[in-house]
Structures are given as C-alpha cells and as structure tokens.
Design a protein around this ligand. Sequence first.
Ligand SMILES: Nc1ncnc2c1ncn2[C@@H]1O[C@H](COP(=O)(O)OP(=O)(O)OP(=O)(O)O)[C@@H](O)[C@H]1O
Ligand SMILES: [Mg+2]
Length: 339
Amino acid sequence: MTQPILVIKDMSIVFSSPDEADIEAVRQVDLTLTPGKTLALVGESGCGKSVTARAVLRLLDRNANIPRGSILFQPEGEAATDIARLKQDSLPLRAIRGNQISMIFQEPMSSLSPVHTIGDQIDEMMILHEGLRPKQARERTVALLDQVGIPGARQRADAYPFELSGGLRQRAMIAMALACTPQLLIADEPTTALDVTTQAQILDLLRQLQSDFGMAMLFITHDLGVVAEIADEVAVMYLGDVVEQGSVYDVFARPSHPYTQALMSSIPKMARKAERVRLSPIKGTVPAPKDRPVGCAFTSRCPYAFEPCATIRPERTEVGGGHHARCHLLTRQPVEAVA
Ligand SMILES: Nc1ncnc2c1ncn2[C@@H]1O[C@H](COP(=O)(O)OP(=O)(O)OP(=O)(O)O)[C@@H](O)[C@H]1O
Ligand SMILES: [Mg+2]
C-alpha cells in the first residue's frame, strides 16, 4: 500500500481576539493525503476548509494558534516533520513551502505578482529552491507552461499576469505551483471563479498533471459535482468539524451524516429534469463558531436531532471500511421492544 505523504491528526485551530472569547474554527480534524490521490474538502462557507488548508503551510493569520494535534509531513520517512510545531520563517518550513507542498487559489493574483512577467516568477522559484541557472530555469518554465496548456509558451513567458485571460492566468498559477514538482498540491477552490467550460478544462488539466507527477492533492470546493469529478476521498466539514469522510464512492452511495444527506439532496438531479424539480435547500443557517453547541454542530438544523445531540459531541464512528461519520444516530441503541 502507498505510504501517506501527509497525516493531519486531531488538529484544532483557534483564533484569539483581544475583546472576544477565543474561537475554535477547526476542531480535532483527522485527514490523510496519499501520493497520486485526491482528497476533497467540502462544506458550506465558513466551515473551516481554507483555514485547514492554510494550516498545512502555516499560512494562517497572526491571531491563529494550533493548540492541539499534528500535521505530519512524510510521516513514515526518517525526516518526518510536524509542520504544526515548526517555527514561522524557520528553514524547514521555508523548504517545504512552495517546494514540497504548494498551493493554488481561487484568485490567481493572490499568488502571482502583478509587476513581474510570469516567466520570471516561475524561473525564480526554480532558481531559489533548486539552484538552477537562469537559462536552465527558463527552459523548464517554457516546458511547464506548455504542459499546462498555455499556447505559444515561449512568448507568453514574457507576459505580465494582467495581459492574460482568467483561464490562462489560472494555468500560469498552476505552472508556478508545480515548478518544483511538489509532493502535495493544495487547491483552494481553483475553479470557482471560472466559467463552466474553463472550469472543466482546469479540472482535466489537474487530473492529467496529477497522473504525470504522481502528487497528492487536497482539493477544496463547495461543489459536490466537482468532488465527484476529481476526488478519490472526500471529507465533509460543518462548522469546523469533519462530520463525514470516506471514499467518494462510499460517501455518495451511503451518506451517513444528516448534513451530507442534506447537501446531496440539494443537488438537482439531471434525470428528473422533465419533472418539476424541487430543490431542498438546507433549512436555517450555519451558526457562528462562537455559538456552536457543545454537542453536534449540526443540531440546530438537523431533522433527526434527539436528546444527546446538543450536549454530547458524537464520536467518530466507522460506517464501513475507512468510511466514518460523527453522528449519534450511528450509535443509537435500538429502543427495546416493550414486552
Ligand atoms: N483571522 C481570523 N480571526 C478570527 N476568525 C477567523 C480568522 N480567519 C478565519 N476565521 C474564521 O474561521 C472560520 C473558517 O473560515 P474558512 O475561511 O476556513 O472557511 P471556508 O470553509 O474556507 O469558507 P468559504 O467557502 O467561504 O471559503 C470562519 O468562521 C472564519 O470567520
Ligand atoms: Mg475558503
């Protein structure tokens, strides 16, 4: 079996503020990333997807803290590193960032500099991390721009980001993230801002690059259609909790947490197009993290909530091989028949 490249264990992320109580934005998350495989992190806005991803590169805001848990990079190797415990700006962290683990974002301009050509920026990554000479770097940059589907790569290398269309900018950012052949690529909603056709092309590209490079991928999206298309595994987050995780096949075939079930039933079914389709959006809104109940975070919106839900946090329960959910319904004792 392939060894994992990154194991997040029992990780919590807390934000502090001078005037308010601390906010636990992510609680006790367990995730495993494997080479050649894609794990999708899915959930509504504010549930902690980006914060979880940024923690892996320690790119959290200054008021963030990882008080418990670990983020083990290359956990089985001799150089196993707990990223959660590395010092900001330390040498090992800088060696990992952009080199062994890199990240792409919804908005390419958050990682591309507007005042340098895309070629210069990609060259720079290779010169900095891999010690290539400028000429060698440029050859690799051109090959990479070509590989991510930028036509006329040699000429386009001299373009500034603002001279490219949205789709090409996204491809340039992907090329930059891949410059040092990372072992893990984190993609935070990389296709959300694109039109449907470009979105499909970028997903195809990422799939192709993953099979060329064999990297692991953590893919963040709020779109279950994208999950089905790109991921092998899925983790569903709600208000900082991973409420369900497992292979895409298992979770889609047998969603076991009421939140996952609600997300699934809010997707319009193509097959029912001819009928009057009634979407069933999830009732209510996600509470703010500071108002999260002690027990299951989904209690206030759950149609099946019963006595322990608001007060006792459900355990992570195995539903089938490698498929888990946190829901009291899974451990509920059947009511004994009255004699
Ligand atoms: N610097 C901060 N201080 C306090 N709380 C923060 C800070 N940064 C993020 N949060 C909180 O962490 C929670 C998770 O945010 P996150 O950005 O990870 O959500 P998300 O799932 O990525 O949502 P979206 O789909 O909108 O991108 C939110 O409730 C947010 O308000
Ligand atoms: Mg986000």
